[in-house]
Write a protein of this length. Structure first.
Length: 171
């Protein structure tokens, strides 16, 4: 019995370190990738027709109700820091950078989810199910938030760009 508790505790510690370590490593690596990779035209990040301009996330996942309650860990990595707190800004450069940050965060969560099977050799079968469930529950909501926010930001950028083009024409 005592041996089972010790093994369970060791497995819990190993799995916790696995998630923390790989999450920070992947986050760090993704911060080293040039901004140009995170273009909304990149096939990984481009909007899909089935997202219906973000409506899928609003009506199927109710993203507006919970997206602001999910903890933010991206600020822990100090490479290319970005302050998301001034979202009310309508500066094109700020909004464009925000789009990059949504793509970067999405990539981090996709990659963290994809490394889940690396933990399988160290876990019993039930541990594999727990690790998979944790990977999905900890990362899929974040991917949904990033895709939803990017769609909205790109729509806002387009609207602002159109407005400034009209003002230039009138001047």
């Amino acid at each position: 019995m005592n041996l089972e508790i010790n093994n369970g505790l060791l497995l819990f510690i190993f799995n916790s370190l696995f998630w923390i370590g790989f999450s920070f490593l992947i986050g760090f690596i993704c911060h080293l990738i040039p901004f140009s990779f995170y273009s909304p035209k990149n096939p990984i990040f481009k909007e899909r027709f089935w997202e219906f301009g973000g409506k899928l996330y609003e009506f199927l996942f109710f993203v507006r109700l919970w997206k602001d309650k999910v903890p933010e860990a991206g600020e822990l990595i100090k490479i290319n820091p970005f302050n998301k707190k001034k979202l009310a800004s309508r500066e094109l450069s700020y909004l464009e950078r925000f789009v990059v940050e949504t793509s970067r965060a999405e990539l981090v969560h996709i990659l963290v989810l994809l490394i889940t099977p690396l933990s399988y050799p160290f876990n019993p079968p039930i541990g594999d199910y727990i690790m998979t469930a944790y990977g999905v529950l900890a990362n899929v909501p974040c991917i949904i938030i990033q895709r939803y926010n990017r769609i909205r930001l790109l729509r806002l950028l387009k609207k602002i760009s159109r407005g400034s083009a009209i003002r230039r024409i009138k001047s």
